[in-house]
Design a protein around this ligand. Structure first.
Ligand SMILES: Cc1cc2nc3c(=O)[nH]c(=O)nc-3n(C[C@H](O)[C@H](O)[C@H](O)COP(=O)(O)OP(=O)(O)OC[C@H]3O[C@@H](n4cnc5c(N)ncnc54)[C@H](O)[C@@H]3O)c2cc1C
Length: 468
């Protein structure tokens, strides 16, 4: 009994510093992938860092990321036989996917450094493999994630939080930053709301890593009124605080109205069925049992095609060959997000469509697979024939997923002032809070690449700024 009490007391002492410091070299706001990548990198450079997180848990939307992390030219891609990818092809795919709105300098930074970021995660112990099958808008298979096909975010946050623990980084949950303070035009700290009240933490630099605003319906409607009533895949803390905090300091915003809807979201609870299900070979039917799109187009286009279908819904269908290999799909089924159907006829019954029409849709796809040519929609890659019953089916509709716009940064992750068009001294930002990397539409797998790449850059830049 005594031992248990001692262990509990020790654990409590370790998780909450006895005398919480009220100053640091750098304050990082947000504990998702960008925040922890930044904090770990700055700590490695010798800076004293405090991470503040408003929710009761760390990880933000990063916890939820599922499909993978893109990187071009990795060792794992080469080992899988993908020898013709490169940062240049990655750049062009992302530009095209983002409708050429992307900031070329930021994108160049991402596409040339993502492989290094993935390598860094491997060095921290991430159990990542290359994943076959290309996502929407990509001309090469460049996704990476856990080898058993489980969601990328859980493994990402596992390695980052373990490293942060090892480095004794001071991470404080239930700490909501309400203001960034300045002195003489330079960042000087933050005001933070805790259970005890409002506290001030002095810091020479602040890194905004507060994520996007996909869960702030008012803000979404402000910039895109037509998205009123859409469900969201985002965690409740994704409310755009960082954008408001930075604007008060005169930060410039980029592409703020660029908000992505994702075509495979379960309406009633906003649960996402990852795009990787289509990359692995899934198709979409409408409620009449007909295919209506090349499933590998970018999310914005597939979403628009889906909204044109009866009731704006689609049915995502995958087969047993994927189920056997993919842990994430098995969890969708066990969580009742997808329903098992023993045959094509059962699929028709579930959809409520004419079995003959559904059968014809499957036969068209089998023919396309056999001839390597999808006459109907020009799908460029069919990795499986989709003929291994049982099938797994989800009714889906577009939901708010990613906010591409945000605070303007340069390739050093310095936040740019609207007035001077120069960096605001001491203010840095990384991840979904920023704008410009993804342009008008984010390609699946590019956000995790973004948050780790720019998370590390922001940590390096902030550390250099404070003299480390
Ligand atoms: C369901 C889902 C699946 C996804 N799948 C993928 C995928 O497979 N591949 C991919 O590349 N991308 C994916 N994404 C996108 C990707 O997960 C996010 O873009 C990315 O994780 C954002 O990371 P971040 O560190 O910028 O923000 P987050 O991880 O959201 O972290 C921001 C943190 O800041 C905190 N915060 C906010 N305001 C304050 C404040 N005022 N004070 C203190 N803390 C604050 C938040 O609570 C949050 O914890 C997915 C997103 C979702 C929602």
């Amino acid at each position: 009994m005594k031992k248990t009490i001692l262990a509990a007391a020790l654990a409590a002492m370790m998780s909450v510093p006895a005398f919480a410091a009220d100053s640091a070299d750098i304050v990082v706001i947000g504990s998702g992938g960008a925040g922890l990548s930044s904090a770990i990198t700055a700590t490695e450079k010798g800076a004293k860092v405090i991470v503040l997180e408003k929710m009761a848990f760390i990880g933000g939307n990063s916890n939820r990321s599922e499909g993978g992390m893109n990187a071009a030219g990795t060792k794992q891609q080469l080992a899988d036989g993908v020898k013709d990818d490169s940062p240049d092809i990655f750049f062009m795919d992302t530009m095209r996917g983002g409708h050429y709105l992307n900031n070329p300098q930021l994108l160049h930074t991402l596409t040339t450094q993502a492989a290094g970021a993935e390598e860094w995660l491997l060095s921290l112990g991430a159990n990542f493999c290359h994943r076959m099958g290309r996502g929407g808008g990509q001309t090469r298979a460049r996704g990476h994630g856990p080898c058993d096909g489980s969601p990328v975010g859980i493994e990402l946050m596992r390695v980052l939080s373990e490293r942060a623990d090892k480095d004794h980084i001071d991470i404080r949950v239930n700490n909501r930053v309400t203001e960034i303070l300045t002195k003489g035009g330079k960042v000087s700290g933050v005001k933070v709301k805790t259970a005890k009240g409002v506290e001030t933490i002095n810091a020479k630099a602040v890194v905004l890593a507060t994520g996007g605003f996909g869960a702030n319906h008012k803000m979404v409607e402000k910039y895109r009124p037509e998205l009123k009533g859409f469900s969201t895949t985002n965690q409740p803390g994704a409310t755009g605080d960082g954008i408001v905090l930075a604007q008060k300091l005169g930060a410039s915003l980029t592409d703020i109205e660029q908000i992505q809807i994702h075509p495979t979201v379960i309406k009633k609870n906003g649960a996402l069925i990852s795009e990787s299900m289509r990359a692995r070979g899934g198709i979409l039917l409408n409620k009449n049992g007909k295919r209506f799109t090349n499933e590998l187009l970018t999310r914005d286009v597939v979403s628009q095609n889906e909204l044109k279908q009866p009731d704006g819904i689609g049915f995502l269908i995958v087969d047993d060959s994927i189920y056997k290999k993919n842990k994430m799909l098995r969890s969708y089924v066990s969580e009742k997000l997808m329903t098992k159907c023993d045959s094509v006829e059962d699929v028709a019954k579930l959809i409520g469509a004419d079995p003959k029409v559904v059968k014809a849709s499957f036969e068209q796809y089998w023919k396309a697979f056999d001839s390597k040519k999808d006459d109907l929609f020009g799908r460029p890659e069919m990795v499986i024939r989709l003929d291994q019953a049982p099938y797994y089916v989800a009714q889906v509709t577009p939901g708010i997923h990613h906010t591409m716009g945000g605070v303007t940064i340069n390739p050093k992750a310095e936040v740019i002032s609207k007035k001077t068009e120069k960096p605001i001294p001491g203010l840095f930002a990384a991840g979904e809070v920023t704008g410009g990397v993804h342009g008008g539409n984010r390609i699946g797998g590019n956000a995790v690449a973004d948050i780790v790449t720019f998370g590390r850059i922001s940590g390096q830049s902030a550390a250099a700024y404070v003299g480390k």
